[in-house]
Design a protein. Structure first.
Length: 168
């Protein structure tokens, strides 16, 4: 028996869903249908999955890792890749070496790709709990020391502990 309540956020242009609905209602948007949008979303999902698989494969083949928790990327192996793949690779590396906090946002990764492939900017930067350093022919990534838990870790009786989400 409740009366209808209109959610004011459904008309708020700060939200992308509202802007998309408004754009679809414009003249000339008649060829955009739910079916076409669904097909586009499905193709985009397949492309995103392919990029993730390619990023994992590239990392398996080209990333040089040290036992101390540092990895190295040769710029010669990295430069020629498409920007979207570079971003996926860097996202996975930062997540892994940053303590497993998840991949950074797309805009942060775009800036990081520019930094990694360029010669301008600072020689070091941080993102997502990782610190990255650039050299002439490579860059390296490791955990940002200030993000590592300072409290002592208690090792369970079975002798196994995942420390800093990186080392077993």
């Amino acid at each position: 028996g409740q009366p209808w309540i209109e959610d004011p956020s459904n008309a708020d242009l700060r939200f992308e869903r509202v802007r998309v609905r408004n754009a679809l209602a414009l003249p000339g948007a008649h060829d955009v249908t739910q079916e076409r949008l669904a097909a586009l979303a499905e193709r985009s999902g397949r492309a995103a999955e392919l990029l993730q698989r390619m990023a994992r494969r590239w990392i398996d083949l080209w990333l040089r890792e040290e036992e101390a928790g540092v990895c190295h990327v040769a710029l010669a192996d990295f430069h020629g890749l498409p920007a979207a793949l570079k971003a996926r690779i860097l996202g996975r590396i930062v997540s892994r070496y940053g303590g497993g906090q998840g991949e950074p946002e797309a805009e942060e990764l775009r800036r990081l790709v520019t930094w990694a492939c360029g010669t301008a900017g600072p020689p070091r930067c941080t993102l997502g709990g990782a610190i990255l350093g650039r050299r002439k022919a490579s860059f390296w990534v490791t955990r940002e020391a200030g993000r590592i838990e300072a409290l002592p870790a208690i090792v369970p009786e079975d002798g196994k502990l995942l420390w800093d989400n990186r080392f077993l």
